[in-house]
Structure formats: C-alpha cells, structure tokens
Design a binder for this molecule. Structure first.
Ligand SMILES: [Ca+2]
Length: 256
C-alpha cells in the first residue's frame, strides 16, 4: 500500500514538473519574436534563421562559428571572430507591428576585443544607435539591451548582433578585432519604454534614430528570469497542495 502511494506521489510530481517546464518554455517562446534565439538550431555549420555580413577590406578575416564551450543556455552560443579589423554581424529580419514598442536584448561575452573602438553590441539595420558595447576580455556573460519604436507602416526590423561598428564615426573608424559570443537573444513587445533608455526609431523607407539618453540605458532586466520565477512559484504551490492533500486524507502517514 505504502509503495503504491509513494509511486502515485512520484508520478504526480513528475507529471507536474513536466507540465510546468512545457508551459514555461511556451510562455517564454511566445513572448520572444526571435527565431533560434539560443542558437541551438544548427544546419551544417550554419545557424538557422541568421545571416552573416562583413564590412572591411578584402575577403576573409572573420569566422562565424557555433560554440559549445560555456554557452549561457542550452548547448550552443554564436560567435564572431574578427582575425583582422572588421565590422561583422549576424542579422535576422523579424516581423513587427507598426506604432509599437519593443525591447531587444542579448547576453554577450568577449575575448581580446580592442578597447579603443566599438566592441560587441546589438543594433538595428539602417540606424546608428547601438546598445552598450562589450570590450576587452569578460569573464562572465554581460546583458545588453536596446528599445525599438516602430512608426506607421513598419512591419519588420532587421536585428544585428555585431562585433565592431560600421560607418558610425566615419568609414573605417570602428572596425575591431577579437572574439565575441552571443546567447539568449530576445525581442519582446512592451507597453512602455523606461525613461533614459536607448531607443531606435524605425520609420518606413526612412530609417532614423534617436538617442534619448545614452548614459542610463543599461538597466539590467533578465526577462527569462522573470518567467523562471513565476514557474518556480507555480510549481512549488502545486507540489505543496498535492502534499497537503495526501497528508490530510491520510494517504501518507509519518511513523513516529
Ligand atoms: Ca544557447
């Protein structure tokens, strides 16, 4: 009888844990508009849904790779290795709604990225505003974010994960060397943009940028963490209820 009860409890716990995991992934996946945002979907050597682009003299000089060493989540992260001075990008075109606001975020770490020029950052094609840039060698993942305002008739944006800049302070002023790693990239629709955030304004056929305040735009917000917290709370509430039910109904008894 006791064995049967224990088996029943274990089955319940496993079922609930599975349901919570699925619902957590569903909630986060549905809020994130970016495909292959954790770089786990690989076809040959290439990352599905991501294109690459390079600015700089001559062919070569850059390696775009999928790395398995120290990803922030899952098995993989994406990397850009500028062996020579380049402005290199992963790009993904994402469908958005006009007259809306979005938060674009990513986690970045770097190795030997030149300090004197633009480091690893995120931005939007056709705009000169970019997130906080990560330089040098970091020993942990760093969070960066950028807000996007879409104007009338804008139905898509092209998002950039970059190492080095392109044509931002002049032709080749911001090409850089070193290696940058990216993981857990997200684009989420938001109701409002925090005061002082970095904002890119995307207009139909005439991209334009506005930087409301560069200084205080790096407030750390881990959206994935928010859902993890909700998931944990729901899981523990359900597990506690199940446990109390079994104790109250006498199906589980503690020996004294
Ligand atoms: Ca990953």
């Amino acid at each position: 009888m006791l064995k049967k009860t224990i088996l029943c409890i274990l089955t319940c716990i496993l079922t609930i844990a599975l349901m919570c995991t699925i619902s957590y992934q569903w909630v986060f996946a549905n809020n994130n508009l970016i495909k292959n945002h954790s770089f786990e979907d690989v076809e040959g050597d290439a990352l599905r849904f991501w294109e690459t682009w390079v600015w700089g003299e001559g062919p070569g000089g850059v390696e775009f790779t999928v790395e398995k060493d120290n990803p922030r989540s899952g098995q993989n992260c994406a990397a850009i290795y500028n062996l020579e001075e380049r402005g290199s990008r992963y790009i993904q075109k994402v469908e958005v709604e006009p007259d809306s606001q979005y938060k674009f975020s990513a986690w970045i770490r770097t190795e030997n990225v030149g300090e004197g020029r633009i480091g690893a950052n995120i931005s939007v094609v056709g705009n000169t505003i970019y997130s906080q840039d990560i330089k040098g060698t970091t020993h942990q993942w760093e969070y960066v974010e950028l807000y996007i305002k879409t104007m009338e008739e804008v139905d898509s944006v092209e998002l950039i994960l970059a190492l080095g800049g392109y044509d931002r302070l002049g032709a080749d002023e911001n090409l850089n060397t070193g290696k940058a790693f990216f993981d857990d990239v997200a684009l989420e629709k938001v109701d409002s943009i925090p005061e002082g955030a970095r904002v890119v304004v995307v207009e139909k056929d005439a991209p334009k940028s506005s930087e409301e305040d560069v200084q205080s735009g790096s407030e750390k917000r881990d959206t994935e963490g928010k859902y993890t917290w909700i998931w944990l709370l729901v899981s523990w509430s359900v597990l506690l209820s199940v446990f109390i039910y079994y104790v109250k109904t006498g199906k589980v008894k503690f020996k004294r």
